[in-house]
Ligand binder design. Sequence first.
Ligand code: ADP
Length: 164
Amino acid sequence: MTRALYPGSFDPIHYGHVDIVQRAAVLFAEIIVAVYDTPSKRLLFTTEERHELARLSLAHLANVEVVVYQGLTVQAARDLGTPVIVRGLRATSDYEYEAQLAQTNKALAPDVEVVCLFTSLKHAYLSSSILKEVAALRGDYAAWVSEPVYHALQAKYQVEGGVP
Ligand code: ADP
């Protein structure tokens, strides 16, 4: 069994991500969850916070490690010795972007395979941006995230007054 990389922004990690990692952890010997340092999105959490929240949310999985990476995802996959990249697919809207990304990665690194897992129906609607919006508007998001993420979001919006 081979090792796989699960890259993403994880700003912050939620149960949709955790579900993908749990299922991938059954299929692969080891999953390296890789928090991308500088995604082209406006971030709420720092890289260190995103790393720590992912680590705490996945601590129950023995064959999962969380790291931070910079640069090309395929290069990280090579450097970390993970010849497979796992991505999660929520809906048809994700497909176009993920297909583009997979084709680009294949062109850059033919030795790295991309495997997409379909999200569970329970988490199909969940995204980090919707989560942040609900948290900012004081909605109830407790069922969507681990306890450390719940408190971290509360702290961001109630203490620091961040915007989604
Ligand atoms: P990125 O900026 O790389 O898209 P994200 O943190 O938004 O990073 O997502 C990381 C991966 O998790 C992507 O493959 C994304 O499609 C997947 N993902 C996001 N939300 C969900 C969800 N609710 N269920 C399953 N997979 C998801």
